[in-house]
Structure formats: structure tokens, C-alpha cells
Design a protein around this ligand. Structure first.
Ligand code: IPM
Ligand code: MN
Length: 358
């Protein structure tokens, strides 16, 4: 049966990297129906909204979404609801994509690309499971208000609300425990339970969910310490589960351990395994249009899409093997370039992956 893929390139380098991933998908001879629509700033320019109805409707009916990146400085002064970031937040919300899987894998060929010593990061393979539709990202109320008492009485105050419902914690807990079960069987839940009520509640629920997974070892860590341990001894982690805000920060940190955020894919899944797949990096407007961005994170995101949403694990394996092969051949985009390797452009990297697939 034909599978429908929504292709949403977005802004900045989004179009260039998505183009390479689409070529790779095309080479697999699968029964896929790809339809492209604008998202983010590109959609705002065309339709006056970062997530216009044509794009949202396509995303809803698709089996999977391949997403590039959104954002550009030129939209910074728009009202918040029209900024490009609202597109990805809106998609996560509208499709209920609560489970964000962000693997951080260090390819042996890139051990020197990391800012950490090779012996600290060699063989790194961790998975961050980030809750994606709750927390202070979506909590209400939020806004700016005038204070009616206290030391700053009469002052204006910006505010947001952090909260987690039990169901939200439980369902991301199950995703994380099940992922850990298939890997090293160690799960570290990251919170700030020494300060935040939301975090203490999160921790209590995780301890309860753990009863269903006696084969997985659950530990807890405060987020400040986790940020430190990730650069001190990252290999001590297997799977990390955390809330939306902490997961945002820790996943960028973890990505950098691997040398380049340009290598890391991600999947955002809902309860029916419909998923949105995107590179972990942003739209990088500073290098957009130069054909120098690394398309591998997006190509690897397409592989995750095949595995998690399209029931095509063998083809996902093929893509991942092809990526490994081009790295072994010494081909590097600028972000992972080092002396002794061959620098290639975005499209040349795509060419090389296509060739390695043959
Ligand atoms: C990410 C991004 C988004 C987030 C932004 C663009 C809204 O940083 O996917 O990590 O904060 O979740
Ligand atoms: Mn982020």
C-alpha cells in the first residue's frame, strides 16, 4: 500500500538538506507518495502563517512527516504566533507528538571531531527521550501581567507555567523504559526535584512506572548534575528520559559530544506511531544557500522514518550502512571536516550516499 509522506523543507538550510534525503528515499524503490508544502518562515511568506491549513492538513493525513528546519532572524520581530518556531510547536501539539527520540551516536570515524577527548567519547551511544508536548513549553497561563502586590508591586512581569499531568509522565515513561529494554537496560530520569514540585511529581511517577520494568535499572539525576555528567563521563548513560525544557537543552549538549549536531536525526512520535522526523539541528541561516550544510542528519532521519513509521527496517538499515560507508571513505562536509579527509558539499554528500546505496 502506498505510504504518504509530507515533506516540509522549511527555512534556511532546510531545503538543501531535505533535497538530499528525498533523493535517497527515491533510490530505495519503495511505494511512497511524497508531497511537499511550505512550513515556518517560508509558509509565512507564502500564506501569512508559519503553519497554514494546507500544510497542517497534509501533515495530519500523512503516514509520516519529513521535516527540515525552521527559523530565520528576519522573522524575529513578528508577533510570536507568526514566528517560524510556532510551526514545529504547532505540529507537535496538533499531532500529539509527545515522544521525542534523540540518539547521540559517535561514529568511530568522527572521534576527533568531538570537542571532548576521544577516550571520553569513543563508542558513545546514548538516547535522549524528551517529552515534547507538555511542560513549560505549553503550560498555561503565560504572558505578561501587572503585579498587584509583593516587592515589585505595580511592575510588569513575564511568566510561564510548568506542569505535567500524570498521564503525560506515564506515557513518556513507558516509551523510555521500552527503549531502554531494547538497549543497555539503564534509564536515567532527569529532573529538578530538589526545587520544583513538577519534578518531584515526575520522579514519583517514574518510580511507579518502573515497577513494570524490573529488568531496567532506573536512576534519577538533577538536571544541573546531568549537564555536568554529560561532558564528564557521557558513556555512563544509556537512555535519558526528561521533560520538554530540560530535554531541549540536554539534547543539544549531547549532540555536540558527537562532534557535530549535523549528524544527528530525531523522531517525534504519537500514540499511533505517526511520526515527524527531523534533523536535531536548526535552519542555520548563516550558511543557507551555500551548499555546505551536512545533509546526513536529515538522511538519517529518513532512515528513522522508515524504521518507526513505515515498517521498512531493512531499507533503514541500508541507509545507515551507506552513511557509515561514506564516512569510512573519508568524505566530510565542512562541519566535520578535519585534515586528511575530503571536504564535500551538501549535494556531493548526497551523491556519495546514493552511490553507497547501490
Ligand atoms: C528543538 C528546537 C525547538 C524546541 C524550537 C525551534 C521551538 O530547539 O526542536 O529542539 O525548542 O523544541
Ligand atoms: Mn532545541
Amino acid at each position: 500500500m502506498t505510504k504518504k509522506i509530507a515533506v516540509l523543507p522549511g527555512d534556511g538550510i532546510g531545503t538543501e538538506i531535505i533535497e538530499q534525503a528525498v533523493r535517497v528515499l527515491g533510490a530505495l524503490k519503495l511505494d511512497l507518495d511524497l508531497e511537499t508544502q511550505p512550513v515556518g518562515g517560508a509558509a509565512y511568506d507564502q500564506h501569512g502563517h508559519p503553519l497554514p491549513p494546507v500544510t497542517l492538513e497534509l501533515a495530519k493525513k500523512a503516514d509520516a512527516i519529513l521535516f527540515g528546519a525552521v527559523g530565520d532572524w528576519k522573522y524575529d520581530n513578528l508577533p510570536r504566533e507568526h514566528r517560524p518556531e510556532q510551526a514545529i510547536l504547532g505540529l507537535r501539539r496538533a499531532l500529539g507528538l509527545f515522544a521525542n527520540l534523540r540518539p547521540a551516536i559517535l561514529y568511530p570515524e568522527l572521534a576527533n571531531a568531538s570537542s571532548l577527548k576521544p577516550e571520553v567519547v569513543a563508542g558513545l551511544d546514548i538516547l535522549i527521550v524528551r517529552e515534547l508536548t507538555g511542560d513549560i513549553y505549553f503550560g498555561q497561563p503565560r504572558g505578561v501581567r501587572e503585579l498587584s502586590d509583593g516587592p515589585f508591586k505595580g511592575d510588569r512581569q513575564g511568566f510561564d507555567t510548568m506542569h505535567y499531568a500524570e498521564t503525560e509522565v506515564r506515557r513518556i515513561g513507558h516509551v523510555a523504559f521500552q527503549a531502554a529494554r531494547k538497549r543497555g537496560k539503564k534509564l536515567c530520569s532527569v529532573d529538578k526535584a530538589n526545587v520544583l514540585e513538577t519534578s518531584q511529581f515526575w520522579r514519583d511517577i517514574m518510580i511507579d512506572v518502573a515497577k513494570e520494568y524490573p529488568d531496567v535499572e532506573l536512576t534519577h539525576m538533577y538536571v544541573d548534575n546531568a549537564a555536568m555528567q554529560l561532558v564528564r563521563a557521557p558513556k555512563a548513560f544509556d537512555v535519558i528520559v526528561t521533560g520538554n525544557l530540560f530535554g531541549d537543552i540536554l539534547s543539544d549538549e549531547a549532540a555536540m559530544l558527537t562532534g557535530s549536531i549535523g549528524m544527528l536525526p530525531s523522531a517525534s512520535l504519537n500514540a499511533s506511531n505517526q511520526g515527524l522526523y527531523e534533523p536535531s539541528h536548526g535552519s542555520a541561516p548563516d550558511i543557507a544557500g551555500k551548499n555546505i550544510a551536512n545533509p546526513l542528519a536529515t538522511i538519517l532521519s529518513a532512515a528513522m522514518m522508515l524504521r518507526y513509521s513505515l515498517d521498512a527496517a531493512p531499507q533503514a538499515d541500508r541507509i545507515e550502512a551507506a552513511v557509515q560507508k561514506v564516512l569510512q571513505q573519508g568524505l566530510r562536509t565542512a562541519d566535520i571536516y578535519e585534515a586528511g579527509t575530503t571536504r564535500v558539499s551538501t549535494s556531493e554528500m548526497g551523491d556519495a550516499v546514493l552511490k553507497a546505496l547501490e
